[in-house]
Design a protein around this ligand. Structure first.
Ligand SMILES: C[S@@+](CC[C@H](N)C(=O)[O-])C[C@H]1O[C@@H](n2cnc3c(N)ncnc32)[C@H](O)[C@@H]1O
Length: 434
């Protein structure tokens, strides 16, 4: 359907991805850039048999929850979808969504709700994969995210959600790449930043000339961003400049007197101030005692494990990626922690690693798919308390049902705004054995 016909609609509520919901002749319409209570003029972009999609172009009646998006590319770039909502509305929407999912898929409600966690909402994103494409028609290298619902990269000048080290440099990245001899063969940039140090990995499909390499060296010197090159798969990522430092970036958890080394390729939380709050809240919920023996499941490089190790007698971090476990051990040694161990294991398969460990508390932070196959093993250990950190309310709700059917009470739950301005919902729940 062409973006032509417009229609005036009243928005009734929000969909799970933060779009306004309206009805047109009894049919549901999902409307970008529209809030409940508003009357908007909508350009209809998709017409399907059971629903339509559109975008509010003119706000005929606005509600007080609406704010001016900070980004001039909002609506075109697919990176964000909620910049038109004020912060409190965004977080309330996420907390309500979590409540609905828990009720709908889990048939559970927590005894009490946690106050949502929020920090500064712009310039937070310290890890991102950024697309690169040479567009013949525009005679231009584009660097950025995909357009909303589109196959193409959005033509952006800056990104206010990315850490300013990267977000203010979009045009600089474009200019740098355009000067390279093989500018058509740059596939993507992966950027990563610690507390203050930054890196980018350049994925390239053909070799660089000496002049290209000199351009990268100059860029790194002036920007302070370390440049890694990746000619093929992940195992080919290699630091190019600067040459007088190691390959690590660093982030800290000051409340636990911890500093982590990580490689720009490693999984790390994208929002470091929120990560600090998240770790503090998770540990507070576990009500840790010096004699506790804790499992940290899906532990990555030990983000929660090392903080736990500052508080309890024994911690075992379990993770499927051997490289992450190597990094976790490196970080334990760096922080002089000896009563924390790590093991490489596929958590869906077996918990043989826990035999005889007398574990009494568990922290679990699974990927989006949740922990369906993990829960039978976990429940068999009969931990007193489980803190479940989730990046997908639907799988958390499904898993909450299984836990509640197996002797665990959902004591408290709440959201944390790890990804402001997007519909992504990160949450945390405490289950206690009855
Ligand atoms: C959401 S991340 C959590 C990382 C860590 N807790 C943190 O805060 O940085 C999920 C982790 O689970 C690991 N993972 C995914 N599937 C797994 C499996 N079946 N068994 C073990 N680990 C797995 C991934 O490698 C990733 O490090």
């Amino acid at each position: 359907m062409k973006e032509s016909s417009t229609v005036e609609l009243s928005i009734e509520r929000l969909s799970h991805d933060g779009r306004g919901i309206a009805y047109l002749d009894g049919k549901i319409v999902f409307v970008d850039n529209a809030l409940p209570g508003e009357v908007v003029e909508v350009v209809r972009t998709q017409k399907r048999s059971r629903f339509e999609e559109g975008r509010a172009m003119t706000i005929l009646k606005a509600v007080p929850e609406r704010v001016m998006p900070k980004c001039e590319h909002f609506g075109v770039c697919g990176g964000c979808s909620l910049q038109h909502m004020n912060g409190i509305t965004q977080i309330t929407f996420k907390q309500q969504f979590l409540a609905e999912q828990l009720q709908h898929f889990g048939a559970v409600t927590p005894d009490a709700w946690l106050s949502p966690l929020q920090v500064d909402s712009y310039g937070y994103r310290r890890k991102a994969r950024i697309g690169v494409r040479y567009v013949e028609k525009k005679q231009k290298v584009l660097v950025g995210f995909r357009e909303k619902n589109g196959r193409y990269l959005a033509d952006i000048k800056a990104c206010v959600v990315l850490e300013p080290m990267f977000g203010t440099r979009i045009e600089e990245f474009e200019a740098l790449i355009r000067q390279l001899s093989n500018f058509k063969d740059i596939a993507q940039l992966e950027v990563a930043m610690g507390d203050s140090d930054a890196a980018m990995i350049v994925r390239h499909l053909s070799a660089f000339t000496d002049n290209d390499l000199a351009l990268f060296a100059k860029f790194s010197e002036t920007s302070g961003i370390a440049v890694f090159l990746q000619p093929k798969g992940l195992d080919t990522v290699k630091k190019f400049v600067p040459t007088d430092s190691d390959d690590y970036l660093h982030y800290s958890l000051p409340a636990f007197d911890l500093v982590f080394d990580f490689h720009p390729n490693d999984f790390t939380q994208v929002n470091l101030p929120m990560n600090r709050l998240m770790v503090e809240q998770a540990l507070a919920l576990l009500d840790l005692q010096p004699e506790d023996r804790v499992l940290d499941l899906f532990c990555g490089i030990g983000n929660f494990s090392l903080a736990l190790a500052r508080k309890v007698a024994f911690v075992l971090g379990v993770e499927g990626d051997a490289l992450m476990v190597k990094r976790a051990y490196h970080n334990a040694a760096k922080n002089n922690l000896s009563h924390v161990e790590f093991v490489v294991a596929d958590l869906t398969q077996s918990f043989a690693f826990a035999d005889g460990l007398a574990i009494n508390k568990i922290l679990i932070d699974p990927p989006r798919a949740g922990a369906l196959d993990v829960l039978p093993h976990l429940i068999a250990l009969k931990p007193e308390k489980i803190v479940y950190v989730s990046c997908n309310p639907a799988t958390l709700a499904r898993d909450a049902k299984i836990l509640s059917e197996n002797g665990y009470r959902l004591v408290t739950a709440g959201v944390l705004d790890m990804f402001p301005h997007t519909a992504h919902v990160e949450s945390m729940a405490l289950f206690v054995r009855c």
